[in-house]
Ligand binder design. Structure first.
Ligand SMILES: Nc1ncnc2c1ncn2[C@@H]1O[C@H](COP(=O)(O)OP(=O)(O)OP(=O)(O)O)[C@@H](O)[C@H]1O
Ligand SMILES: Nc1nc2c(ncn2[C@@H]2O[C@H](COP(=O)(O)O)[C@@H](O)[C@H]2O)c(=O)[nH]1
Length: 726
């Protein structure tokens, strides 16, 4: 895609070349890339650094490094011989003024292979230079490269890996790097570096924007898993949108508005016109737009290979970052026609291709790249149908979009949006923010008895006095681990922490301290828990009742009015921590029995008001959510039985779950609840229905949960999740 390094390298430069500063963790491939660059043209000259480290086999003094002693190095620093120097991996490295000056005097582009600290110093020194950070595709691959290189001891490898994480973090440093490249494929990365180097050679001061396929501006996000600035990177659940035709009037506006909108996610802007794309990127940067979530790509999607490369370019920037929506703004607006005709030798073919062929290939590539993900495809066309070839392309685009949706209804949604003028494209922003096509696998439950009914056997043995409390707890935690691990191994992203010793309603009765008087003299902990479940002399067990319309029976809480509850969530929080330890904090999702459901399932005292009882439970739930937030849970599943608006704490959001032709109007067949606590970002809608055709067929129950984030509830529904439980 648009490589121009060879021509730039062969022609005499008009201006003095800038230096090229190459930074990146040890082992990422800087040296390998720089060697290739050196062999590509004699106009590049390597700045031979000084170092106190010992030469590796094959390294030559004065070629790879000036190998020197610590004393000599330190005297050189005192004399001011060094443009920059740094302590790296327990040695001193530095770039001498002399090395850079000699190459500059020679009219060559001076290439520096230095660490992050050195790069900062060179920036501060104001040396005209282009700064490129080379990132590995993953930290595992970085380690593998260091090992394969076989030049460092185990201790040195560990030192280099420890430093690598810090160096990776430097990618987010404002104003440090002009480009970030991911060196996954050596040839492609070299082509990208060469394209950048040709600019440095031509003395072009770094302007944001790329010329080649995966060249993108600084601010890259996390190919190796380092944490980025969350706000700048957009909420992970916010949809990723690719705008085709970002170099046209509507596309430009849409990209600018998406980058400015806090509700939007990642924005991939694709356009063929490099100048307009550079201008667009400069505008986004100037306006403080979230560069962490912005990826400009100069590509001509009418060229099949460039269109097909798009998903890979996105994946290079954001590992696993599937697109949620593609907006095609490629169709020329009336004002563009002249420009387009002037720019293309074959305007008719060109217009059709720009309007239709390119986007369709690009969309097909995005669909093929992420076969499991749905995609919203919106085509933006002028409101007034054009005449001639533009009109034809427009009509074809409409048919293309319709066809796409009809042919792949389970993958593609969307349609054609007719705009009166390019400015009105901004009206799409709230819609795009709501695109909830990122299906994240999640579970809300798992058989709790154990693969071989271990829990049943352990309980019976404990009750019969044949095993101890510790043995029972050990078995329960083993069953719990097996269930969670099975879900983890199945690749589930969000795993509901569904486990209990006996009954989850009884668990919440206990967490909340809703202990009926007749059990209060029983020893707290498991003795009291099982006394409530099975009864003890003088204190009959709680009643058992069907859990909604399942075959499961729960123990009915007995409430008093007013509630004399004193919550103790420590057992639940310990379970969450066990889940986090096994699954990772980002995957472990606590499941709560909501206060409304709990009251609805309980036996209430005569004449008690359920609403009052719920409001008395709320402080304990608010406290719990605060604790869960501190633990960093990604979300909370709350089992709610009904819609509720309560004391300003719960907010009704409005939610519809539709499955085929199944209506909700089945009385007791469904439970629909959606409630949101104001401060934690959480909402859950549950629909349980035996009427859903696929459930009937499989004999499963299904629960469809739609999760929203409280902070932006009015406009956004973040994610749709479909989970099945057996
Ligand atoms: N894209 C790539 N894929 C696989 N291996 C690569 C790739 N690029 C470089 N390598 C290999 O990785 C190893 C490390 O590369 P190199 O020595 O160039 O890293 P470096 O960044 O210069 O390290 P240092 O900073 O320690 O000098 C080498 O064995 C090289 O051949
Ligand atoms: N600040 C500087 N860092 C330098 C310089 N020369 C090399 N380096 C960096 O050191 C590490 C380790 O290099 P190695 O050759 O021992 O593997 C690597 O990140 C280099 O980029 C320099 O002059 N200044």
């Amino acid at each position: 895609m648009g490589q121009s390094e060879s021509s730039a390298a062969d022609e005499p430069p008009a201006k003095r070349p800038c230096a090229l500063v190459v930074v990146g963790p040890s082992g990422v491939g800087k040296g390998t890339l720089i060697n290739k660059l050196m062999s590509s043209s004699t106009r590049f000259g390597f700045s031979c650094s000084h170092t106190t480290r010992a030469p590796r086999p094959g390294e030559k003094d004065g070629e790879h490094y000036h190998f020197t002693t610590r004393e000599a190095f330190e005297s050189g620093i005192e004399r001011g011989d060094f443009l920059e120097h740094a302590h790296v991996h327990a040695n001193i490295y530095g770039t001498s003024v002399q090395a850079v000056r000699a190459l500059a005097d020679d009219g060559r582009c001076c290439v520096l292979d230095i660490d992050v600290q050195g790069a900062r110093q060179i920036r501060e020194a104001g040396l005209p230079a282009v700064f490129v950070f080379i990132a590995p595709p993953s930290m595992e691959e970085l380690e593998a490269r260091l090992r394969r290189r076989a030049t460092d001891s185990e201790e040195q490898i560990q030192t280099r890996l420890a430093a690598a994480r810090e160096e990776m973090d430097s990618r987010g440093e404002e104003g440090l790097y002009d480009y970030i490249l991911v060196n996954d494929d050596l040839d492609r990365t070299f082509a990208e570096l060469a394209a950048i180097a040709s600019r440095a050679l031509a003395g072009e001061s770094p302007s944001p924007g790329g010329t080649a396929s995966a060249v993108f501006a600084a601010g890259g996000e996390d190919p190796a898993g380092a944490a980025g600035d969350e706000e700048a990177a957009g909420s992970p659940a916010a949809p990723s949108v690719m705008v085709l035709g970002a170099d046209g009037p509507a596309g430009e506006r849409l990209v600018r508005a998406l980058c400015a909108a806090r509700s939007a996610g990642r924005v991939v802007a694709v356009g063929a016109d490099a100048r307009r794309m550079e201008r667009l990127q400069a505008e986004v940067l100037r306006s403080g737009g979230a560069t962490q979530r912005f990826l400009p790509v100069v590509a001509d999607v009418t060229k099949e290979d460039e269109a097909r490369a798009l998903p890979r370019i996105v994946a290079d920037r954001w590992e696993g970052g599937a697109l949620d929506a593609v907006v095609i703004c490629a169709l020329p607006a009336p004002g563009d026609a002249l420009e387009l005709a002037a720019a293309r030798k074959e305007p008719v073919k060109g217009r059709l291709a720009a309007g239709l062929v390119g986007p369709s290939v690009a969309v097909a590539a995005c669909l093929a790249d992420a076969p499991a993900s749905p995609l919203q495809v919106l085509a933006v066309t002028p409101a007034e149908p054009s005449s001639g070839w533009d009109g034809l392309a427009q009509a074809a685009l409409v048919h293309f979009c319709r066809g796409l949706v009809l042919e792949t209804p389970d993958r593609v949604a969307g349609g054609v949006v007719r705009l009166r003028d390019p400015a009105s494209v901004e009206a799409l922003i709230p819609y795009l923010a709501m695109v909830s096509t990122t299906v994240i696998t999640s579970t809300i439950g798992f058989p709790r008895i154990g693969p071989n009914r271990e829990m049943k056997k352990a309980l019976e043995s404990f009750w019969a006095g044949k095993s101890t409390q510790d043995e029972l707890v050990q078995t329960a935690e083993q069953v719990e681990r097996t269930a969670w691990q099975a879900q983890k191994d199945a690749g589930i992203a969000l795993i509901g922490l569904d486990s209990t010793l006996y009954d989850q309603v009884l668990d919440f009765t206990n967490y909340l301290g809703l202990i009926p008087e007749r059990f209060q003299s029983v020893e707290a902990g498991l003795p009291r828990y099982f006394a409530m479940a099975r009864g003890v002399p003088g204190a009959p067990a709680l009643d058992m009742q069907k859990y909604f319309d399942t075959n499961y029976h729960y123990l009915v809480p007995e409430l008093t009015a007013p509630l004399s509850a004193k919550a103790d969530w420590s057992a639940l929080l310990a379970k969450v921590q066990r889940g986090q330890a096994l699954l990772g904090a980002g995957s472990a999702v606590p499941i709560l029995l909501g206060p409304v459901t709990l009251v609805a399932l309980s036996r209430l005292p005569e004449g008690a008001d359920a609403a009052t009882l719920v409001s008395q439970l709320l402080p304990a739930y608010v406290e719990l959510l605060g604790e869960l937030k501190k633990l960093g849970v990604p979300e909370v599943q709350v089992m709610m039985r009904m819609l509720c608006v309560w004391g300003g704490v719960f907010v009704w959001v409005g939610m519809l779950v539709v499955w085929g032709n199944t209506s909700f109007g089945r009385g007791q067949d469904f439970i629909l609840g959606l409630a949101v606590l104001e401060h934690p970002a959480m909402a859950t809608t549950l629909l349980i229905s035996r009427e859903i055709p696929c459930i009937k067929r499989r004999g499963f129950w299904a629960i469809f949960a739609c999760t929203a984030h409280a902070s932006k509830l009015t406009t956004e529904t973040k994610r749709c999740e479909t989970s099945m439980i057996g």
